[in-house]
Design a protein around this ligand. Structure first.
Ligand code: NAD
Length: 334
């Protein structure tokens, strides 16, 4: 599979190395508005560079593209790629509105191409280990999820577009909260039916910099998510409280199980965890193009956007917002 990468920003080299490391996959083209950024990723692999994604998708050099650009741009890039018969792996969040999510899905369906959303959490070894532990049943059913992630939304701490609601679709919750919602719903084991949220807007920026989200899932589990900017220390901890034990998963510390007063190390972190996760994510996409079900369904990816938007609505209205309950099919929960 010949892959084109659109957007040569923060995680571009992880996508490029993933392509390089898989058999039967090659990164053949890279596009960025900033030519030098595209060249930096493309040159070591001998890939072509473009500054207009329409030239990349029309070049005949690619069978699929990775859409790795600001959130509100995902929609048009997917529509244009699908029209030319290209499969698409789209960075999270899927889009900034549900209408965009639906338009992207409809375009891919009618063009007969595969779309997968890159929810990297499903491939990070410490989360995969937590999922496997839950599936194995030793701890019983999950009864509560707590997810705390620090970030940085001070001006200048990240690319300028992240501070534009029109382009990013929101602030810390649309960007970092999307990861937390993804993994809380996934490991919580059911879609959310109610969302209550508060947000804070600090540092004089135009989007929310912090937020707290409380989810009620269809299986009656509660999930509590905090996203905090410029916290005293970097935190990225997902905790799943189960009937017979507590699991924590943290990319810097690993995965642990506390049971009957004893802590067991389930997975030690390794410096190759993140590159390996991007590789596994791309392998999953390649398999999906070949007809296998992806680990991350489009229903789930759309649900993540739905929950971010419900969180914004809840924060604005100052009350819980109900989310339509969808059937608990395995596809919807993947
Ligand atoms: N999976 C993860 O862990 C992870 C981590 C970071 C970002 N992301 C996601 O990746 C996507 C990109 O974010 P980022 O952090 O790389 O942002 P970034 O600002 O670092 O990079 C975005 C790049 O896209 C380029 N770009 C903008 N408009 C373009 C256009 N029309 N055509 C071609 N290139 C264009 C910019 O020049 C820039 O180089 C977002 O969806 C973000 O949420 C995912």
């Amino acid at each position: 599979m010949r892959i084109g990468l659109i957007g040569a920003g923060a995680v571009a080299s992880l996508h490029a190395h993933a392509a390089e490391s898989l058999p039967h996959v090659r990164l053949t083209a890279v596009c960025d508005l900033v030519e030098e950024a595209a060249r930096k990723v493309a040159a070591p692999l001998g890939a072509a560079t473009f500054t207009d994604y329409r030239d990349l998708i029309g070049s005949g050099l690619v069978d699929a593209v990775i859409v790795n650009t600001p959130h509100a741009l995902h929609r048009q890039m997917v529509l244009d790629a699908a029209e030319l018969g290209l499969h698409v792996l789209v960075e999270k969040p899927m889009a900034t509105t549900l209408a965009d999510c639906d338009a992207m899905r409809a375009a891919c369906d009618s063009a007969g191409v595969t779309m997968v959303i890159g929810h990297i959490q499903h491939f990070l070894p410490e989360k995969v280990a937590a999922d496997a532990l839950l599936a194995q049943g030793e701890c019983g059913a999950p009864v509560m999820v707590h997810d705390y992630r620090s970030t940085d939304y001070r001006p200048g701490a990240r690319s300028a577009w992240f501070f534009s609601s029109a382009i990013a679709g929101g602030g810390a919750l649309m960007n970092i909260g999307a990861h937390c919602l993804d993994r809380s719903v996934w490991l919580g084991g059911a879609t959310a039916v109610s969302v209550t949220a508060t947000t804070a807007q600090r540092f004089g920026v135009a989007v929310e910099t912090d937020g707290v989200i409380q989810l009620e899932l269809a299986n009656e589990l509660s999930a509590s998510i905090s996203v905090v900017s410029d916290a005293p220390r970097r935190i990225d901890e997902l905790m799943v409280v189960c009937e017979r034990g507590v699991i924590t998963a943290d990319p810097r510390r690993g995965t642990f199980l506390r049971r009957d007063g004893h802590t067991r190390v389930i997975l030690e972190p390794s410096s190759s965890d993140i590159p390996n996760a991007f590789r596994a994510q791309l392998a999953d996409f390649v398999a999906a193009v070949a007809g296998e079900p992806s680990r991350v369904s489009l229903d789930h990816s759309r649900h993540v956007v739905e929950l971010v938007l419900a969180a914004y609505e809840s924060a604005m209205l100052g009350r819980p917002v109900a989310v339509a309950e969808r059937p608990r099919t395995s596809a919807a929960l993947a």
